[in-house]
Write a protein that binds this ligand. Sequence first.
Ligand code: ATP
Length: 430
Amino acid sequence: MLAASDASTVGIFLDTDPRRQAVCDAVRRLAVDAGMAAYLVGGPVRDHLLGVPVKDLDVAVVGSAPSLAQKLAEVLGGQLKVHPKFRTATVSLSQFPRRSISVDLVTARRETYSRPGALPDVEPGTIADDLGRRDFTINAMAIPLSGADSDLVDPHSGRADLEAGVIRTLHRDSFVDDPTRMFRAVRYEQRFGFRIDDATLADMQSALAGGAMATVSGPRIDNELGRLISERHPLPGLRRATELGLLAAIHPAMPTMAHWDALDGWSSVPPGAQPADREWPATWDAALFWTMTHDQVASLAMKNPYRTRRCRYVDMLKEGMPMLSADGLLPSEVCAFLDYPRPEASAVYALTVALAFAEPVAAERIRRYLTEWQDLQPHLRGSDLLELGVPEGPAVGEALKALRKARLDGVTRTRQDEGTFVLQWVPPSE
Ligand code: ATP
């Protein structure tokens, strides 16, 4: 399963990507000059060993990460952001073509938890300390970037777990210390097709039973859920998180497996009613909070304005369902209800079409809205209206609105019809 042939070759890793190699070389030179030890750690080491594309770079520095980061930003012309409180820094290198690279540098540290679920107290430490604070064995490996030694630092047998496809925590209290690791475990398990080790699973269940999730702040939950739905294929992770009881531990009104089963309806959504690529995150977000009211979501204090807005649409849509199912509703009346800013709205609507519990008549109207009516505009433009004698000013906008309504409801069909319509049209009185 592993791509890198043996541990002694990992020190020269990344030479397949000259851009990241250049960054690693720069870190190496600067660290040696400053008399610090620098290591590549966490995700990039894991992904490199797995042979999957490495994204951004994580570097642990035994010394001062902010000062090394500052030099790196100077040498490579990157943008520097320092977090003095955590002794960490990020260098963003946007000058690389195709995709920018971000380098996260942390000062190697030891962590202790004053209370479960809180952010940890940190103090400088060794690379062993730094690996010992990490979530899973597969994320607790390091490759030295400076110094003569290039062997993989692997004190928790992460490489063996990577080979066996196992997600394992480093100690039994790991999920109590930081319950967000439960979501991380699910993410890696589903992304790589791994399995969570039995003892780790048992620790997760006992942490959940002990109410660990309640110790996590809303914004941290928000972050984890956001990462879960940002995976390439979110559904398996969402199902697994539900099956393990992670969602119910956040709020009892969060989705059950039946909700995700209902989403099989996606396959029957016609292509035109599918959300556009850029709308998918909003759609998954709506799917995740679909079973909750806006007030229930607000009680989680996630402080995410996009989600708040989206949940309002969901509430509005659920309330509007009987109206959208009523006999004889005109297309323009459907539009008057559904015309909201995109992309949130259309993502939510597409989801409604997909869900088996949506009213079929309403679902069909939403589908037609998404595929036909949403973008339907009159043939005539503002300039045509001026030529027809509509006075300049708000009347032009009113006339265009009336024309769209007429076209939606089949009152007009051709450009000529619209000309006749405008000549008879009387602007609504103030
Ligand atoms: P991804 O590929 O999903 O971005 P990543 O491994 O790069 O995964 P990050 O969230 O960027 O993950 O974190 C970087 C590293 O920091 C992880 O590999 C892990 O070693 C450590 N880490 C992150 N979050 C935690 C946590 N909650 N507890 C312990 N260690 C963590």
